[in-house]
Design a protein around this ligand. Structure first.
Ligand SMILES: NC(=O)c1ccc[n+]([C@@H]2O[C@H](COP(=O)([O-])OP(=O)(O)OC[C@H]3O[C@@H](n4cnc5c(N)ncnc54)[C@H](O)[C@@H]3O)[C@@H](O)[C@H]2O)c1
Ligand SMILES: O=c1ccn([C@@H]2O[C@H](COP(=O)(O)OP(=O)(O)O[C@H]3OC[C@@H](O)[C@H](O)[C@H]3O)[C@@H](O)[C@H]2O)c(=O)[nH]1
Length: 389
């Protein structure tokens, strides 16, 4: 439905148009959520971020059907007194703002902790003090390592789902030691979750916490040297896309043995929209949002991306498509990893009736088609430039 007139919630009640203060709206998830809200609902968005490149197409004056419903505010929430006023103007605040790239966790641990905990504090406080609903973005990394990872490699209980499936209400959060600064992010996210939860328990804050499990798709992060710093290390989808575009081997950190479940951003955004429009079913809950059917090792992901990229680009793969690299070399001292991430889906199924749809092959096909279309020419130009002597 173009403007969302006549939309009903899951209990058959008409959905009232609302104003949403979206912090971090210019990022990967924010850009898809803004698009969805503009295309399919009547809601208004106050879009806050330091950047707006990924939502420029929604802000251009020519796109008049949206001009009245989305307003960009260039704000750094670390130090901007306009934040409270914007939270007050909205019915709902969604906080996506964070440093959330593993290359930063052990190399910029202070920025990581400040961004994920300290900078989020005023947002929680303003929502609580002004009786405004909050959807806070946390992460699957709060689970850390699985219980099974502490068993010997060939132990039969490693195959038992009780030892690896991650459940919001029963799984423990298991991080490495303090010098493994990889966990600075997970720990900061865990503490802000606890704070949001406590505001709910003591002061009645209406909240929902989202734990995304590796959402991927177009506009994720950047391609180093094209629309981001040459030396930058984005998340794995963009790292591998960059290698494929440049016809370089894909780098497998510590053998590429870690396992992940990847979900298509468009499936995940459906879940967020259900949370937005069904407050009575979503308030007070923590939701895993992932696709348990799309599990691969990082090595398998590299192999599949290589095959899919050949298909969409028409180029044959290079002779040695992957190369091993140590985590110390790739990320620096203090890196550690989550071994396996399978989300339990019971709570989101029960509360919102939501299920992911897209297979890993299909989501990689649409995403790599986008990467090829968007970046192949620019990468070709950049790599054909003579190197200065
Ligand atoms: N993408 C995933 O798979 C994933 C997984 C787990 C958790 N998350 C969480 O979801 C949220 C969004 O992730 P994303 O993938 O869209 O990341 P992203 O980096 O693309 O988006 C984050 C946005 O927040 C903005 N931001 C950061 N600090 C800010 C500040 N001080 N003031 C204003 N804006 C600021 C950034 O400019 C960026 O546009 C994050 O909280 C992240 O931890 C994402
Ligand atoms: O080039 C690369 C990049 C990454 N990797 C590996 O690929 C795996 C996935 O790495 P990503 O950079 O996508 O990030 P992770 O899955 O480890 O963490 C992410 O998960 C949840 C969110 O909170 C964050 O977006 C991020 O922390 C890791 O095992 C990493 O070591 C490679 O083997 N090669």
């Amino acid at each position: 439905m173009a403007n969302g007139a006549g939309r009903l919630d899951l209990d058959g009640r008409p959905i009232k148009p609302m104003t949403i203060c979206m912090i971090g709206a210019g990022g990967f998830i924010g850009s898809h959520l803004c698009e969805k809200l503009m295309n399919e609902t009547p809601h208004k968005v106050l879009a806050l971020d330091v950047y707006n490149d990924k939502i420029k197409h929604l802000l251009e004056p020519g796109t008049s059907q949206w001009a009245e419903r989305i307003q960009f505010h260039r704000i750094n929430i670390k130090h901007d007194s306009r934040l409270e006023g914007l939270v007050k103007m909205a019915d709902l605040t969604i906080n996506l703002a964070a440093i959330c790239t593993p290359a930063d966790y052990n190399t910029r641990p202070l920025d990581t902790i400040y961004s994920n905990f300290i900078d989020a504090l005023p947002v929680v406080k303003y929502c609580s003090e002004n009786n405004k609903r909050l959807i806070h973005f946390s992460t699957c990394e709060v689970y850390g390592k699985t219980i099974g990872s502490f068993l010997p490699k060939d132990h039969p209980l490693r195959q038992d789902p009780d030892f690896y499936v991650l459940k919001e209400d029963t799984s423990p959060c298991i991080f490495g030691s303090i010098e493994k600064q990889r966990w600075s992010y997970a720990c900061a996210k865990q503490l802000i979750e606890r704070l949001v939860y406590a505001e709910g328990a003591e002061n009645g804050l209406e909240f929902t916490i989202v734990r995304p499990f590796n959402w991927i798709g177009p506009r994720m992060d950047f391609i180093p040297g094209i629309d981001g710093p040459s030396e930058g290390v984005p998340r794995v989808l963009a790292c591998f896309s960059n290698n494929l575009l440049r016809r370089e081997p894909l780098k497998l950190v510590d053998g590429g043995e870690s396992q992940r479940t990847f979900i298509y951003i468009k499936d995940a955004i459906e879940a967020v929209l259900l949370m937005i429009e069904n407050p009575e079913r979503a308030n007070g809950h923590i939701f895993n949002v992932g696709n348990p059917n799309n599990e691969v090792t990082v090595r398998q992901l590299a192999e599949m991306m290589t095959q899919v990229y050949s298909k969409v680009s028409g180029e044959t793969a290079i002779e040695s498509p992957t190369i091993d690299v140590s985590s110390k070399e790739f990320y620096g001292e203090g890196y550690d990893d989550s071994d396996k991430r399978i989300p339990d889906m019971t709570i989101i199924n029960r509360q919102l009736g939501w299920n992911p749809k897209t297979s890993l092959w299909d989501l990689l096909e649409s995403t790599l088609t986008y990467q090829h279309r968007t970046y192949a020419e620019a990468v070709k130009k950049a790599t054909s430039k003579p190197v200065a002597s």
